[in-house]
Design a protein around this ligand. Structure first.
Ligand code: FA5
Length: 340
């Protein structure tokens, strides 16, 4: 074959093989076949130059170098192409700005709980945990709530079916259990296990079969607070609650303390906030821990006194963000949730 034709054919087949190689291993095989130092087909071309007539040699030499450079360049380009990110190989422009990634965010109540812990922590309260499934002792008895009290009515609570109220432990059945109706159960559990002084809060879910409306839910969150030490006073309770509410709701928040009644505190108060033109809404209950409660956990009411409070977390969050209906928290509507 005419050397020039052989050169052209070499170039043609080499470039076709390079373009057809679809991974690095195939491309390497092509390189070895065409450009390999010991057995590559380029060596055959080189020998054609060597055997050529004297006057043809410069032309063939020039063509040889051109082909060698072209094939080498095509190999390098293909190699870069194969190792480039897939998106680029698929014809995408990776230099374009990416589409924004939507980050999730924490639920407003979870944010509120974190902020509550932060604020009350500055008053020296540490966080205690307690169970949501509770026995009657910790939810009622130890809190001085007698069996005939309306708060213990099965219709006012979520008792667990496995241990119905009609099947009390006294009859050999399992002890009745219920979803706790207040975080005050944690007061008792902490006092049972800790010597005074005590200064704790406990935040979590509570459950009541209340009729749902704008400010009532069947499941909601409370922050319980308990401080027991020598000479704890009602004035300290009022100060802590006022400072806490001002820290979360703003310094000029209008609060109102109303005398009230809880079986486990004496005296007792309820704390209201001025909601809007329509009037006041209750934020929580509080009071001085009843001496009976202190004595029942083994504390000496002559030695120590204490205050306790239970605040509705949803209501605080609603007041702060002007949320007009508690059900918004539980509807999973992203248009609502993404505002926090
Ligand atoms: C109690 O639960 C007492 N354990 C509070 C307490 C603790 C008093 C320690 C004394 C000492 P009450 O039932 O009032 O109290 O509830 C407290 C707060 O929880 C209410 O003020 C309100 O903010 C909130 N709350 C009560 N029921 C609901 C409900 N169904 N939905 C949303 N929030 C509620």
């Amino acid at each position: 074959m005419d050397p020039i034709a052989a050169f052209d054919q070499f170039e043609q087949t080499a470039l076709t093989a390079i373009a057809a190689a679809d991974d690095s291993a195939a491309l390497e095989a092509v390189r070895v076949e065409y450009l390999g130092k010991s057995k590559g087909r380029l060596r055959d071309l080189q020998s054609l130059v060597g055997k050529a007539e004297k006057q043809q040699k410069p032309l063939l030499g020039k063509r040889f170098n051109e082909i060698k450079n072209d094939v080498t360049a095509a190999l390098d380009a293909r190699k870069e192409n194969l190792t480039a990110p897939k998106a680029e190989a698929a014809g995408l422009d990776v230099t374009l700005p990416g589409s924004p990634v939507e980050f999730g965010r924490r639920h407003p109540l979870i944010q509120t709980i974190a902020e509550f812990k932060d604020i009350i922590g500055r008053f020296g309260f540490s966080v205690a945990e307690g169970p949501e499934i509770e026995d009657e002792h910790h939810n009622f008895v130890a809190l001085n709530i007698p069996p005939e009290h309306p708060a213990r009515d099965p219709l006012e609570n979520f008792y667990l079916a496995v241990a119905e109220k009609s099947n009390p432990a006294a009859n050999g059945g399992p002890a009745p259990r219920l979803l706790r109706s207040q975080t005050s159960n944690v007061q008792i559990r902490v006092m049972e296990q800790t010597e005074p002084p005590v200064r704790i809060v406990s935040l979590g879910r509570v459950y009541r079969p209340d009729t749902m409306d704008a400010t009532h839910s069947c499941m909601f969150h409370q922050m319980e607070g308990l401080m027991v030490a020598k000479d704890v006073t009602m004035a300290q309770l009022k100060t802590v609650l006022t400072m806490f509410a001002s820290a979360y709701l703003g310094h000029d928040v209008p609060l109102r303390f109303r005398p009230s009644f809880f079986p486990f505190t004496e005296p007792s108060v309820e704390v209201d906030v001025l909601w809007d033109e329509s009037g006041w809404v209750e934020l929580g209950g509080a009071g001085m821990v009843d001496p009976n409660v202190l004595a029942a956990v083994g504390y000496d009411p002559e030695e120590v006194s204490g205050f306790a409070f239970g605040l509705g977390i949803e209501r605080f969050c609603m007041k702060r963000h002007q949320i007009n209906d508690i059900r918004r928290f539980y509807e999973n509507d992203v248009r609502f949730l993404r505002q926090f």
